[in-house]
Design a protein around this ligand. Structure first.
Ligand code: FE2
Length: 314
């Protein structure tokens, strides 16, 4: 309600402006908008109505888009709910990245110079026998990491401070639970449930120790930016369900122990021109993949223990 002197004055001035606008030929439609602004009582009613309409429209669009995205993605995998939002808001891909790609590029004994043409490629790449010299290939084990986390102050607290732990489909929800499981289960002995987990190697002391066992692949560009932390993945059989990574750089992963089967698929917008396919990496290999635009799932051959070091560059 306009009931103060000032408000009345403002209203009067607005009417004068309206009159001048009318004389200068402003459209009827624009004047209606103008009246809408001037009449605060009407404005309030309209705002409430508008809010209700916008809310209904929002929920309709949200549920429709959710169902749509879900119907596409459910063909491939079970994906956590927040991926639906990410996927729904992802810009459409230029399908040139996956056209005619049906297998990874496989490289041997590659130098940095030779790798330069592939450095920022979106195509899946395997560099064979690239990390056989890493101490990790001989010395990394479940027990080594268990000892490190048991004997380092604040090791598990790093997860309360934002360091990521991924349990995939395992029933182990913290790294502490992983290292407290029975020896029989840790070794995946017959009759035990398989497990597979991954985590960010964030604790500074543990990171310093772990980095003595591996190095950034020698063939990556020396002017690239590298991630401040790396991830460790290990376990049996389960692997990761089909997903995209929401990371800012390209991914490289050193296969320290065992083998891993990668299933990759284009984003749904490129299904009509691109293919999904599988390949595997062996201990000693490095796999490179733009996991932001290739859907990917991994599995470990039955009975084998897989351990990998993964990081980013870009
Ligand atoms: Fe991933």
């Amino acid at each position: 309600m306009l009931n103060t002197k000032n408000e009345r004055r403002i209203r009067e001035r607005l009417r004068i402006i309206q009159k001048h606008a009318n004389l200068r030929g402003l459209s009827l439609e624009a004047l209606e908008q103008y009246n809408y602004i001037c009449n605060l009582e009407q404005d309030k009613k309209l705002r409430h109505k508008d809010v209700v309409i916008v809310m209904i429209a929002f929920f309709v669009v949200l549920s429709l888009s959710g169902a749509w995205v879900n119907s596409i993605l459910s063909v491939r995998c079970v994906i956590p709910a927040n991926y639906l939002v990410w996927e729904a808001t992802r810009p459409l891909a230029d399908c040139a990245y996956c056209e005619n790609v049906t297998e990874p590029i496989i490289l041997y004994n590659v130098t940095r110079q030779e790798f330069a043409e592939y450095s920022y490629s979106s195509k899946p790449i395997i560099v064979k026998n690239a990390i056989n010299h890493w101490r990790a290939t001989k010395e990394f084990s479940f027990d080594l990491f268990k000892r490190l986390y048991l004997h380092t102050d604040g090791s598990y607290e790093s997860f309360d401070e934002g360091c990521q732990f991924l349990n995939f489909k395992s029933d182990l929800f913290t790294l502490r639970e992983v290292f407290e499981m029975s020896d029989e289960r840790a070794r995946n002995e017959p009759g035990q449930y398989p497990w597979y987990v991954g985590w960010g190697n964030c604790h500074p002391d543990i990171q310093a120790t772990v980095r003595q066992y591996f190095e950034i692949p020698h063939f990556l560009p020396d002017d690239a930016e590298f991630s401040a932390t790396e991830n460790i993945f290990f376990g049996y059989e389960i692997g990761a369900v089909m997903h995209l990574d929401y990371i800012s750089r390209l991914m490289w992963q050193g296969q320290v122990k065992g083998r891993k089967i990668w299933s990759v698929a284009p984003v749904p917008d490129c299904d009509h021109v691109c293919n999904k396919f599988q390949y595997y990496v062996e201990a000693g290999d490095i796999v490179l993949l733009d996991t932001r635009i290739w859907y990917h799932a991994t599995t470990i051959p039955k009975g084998e223990f897989s351990m990998t070091v993964q990081s980013e560059y870009g």
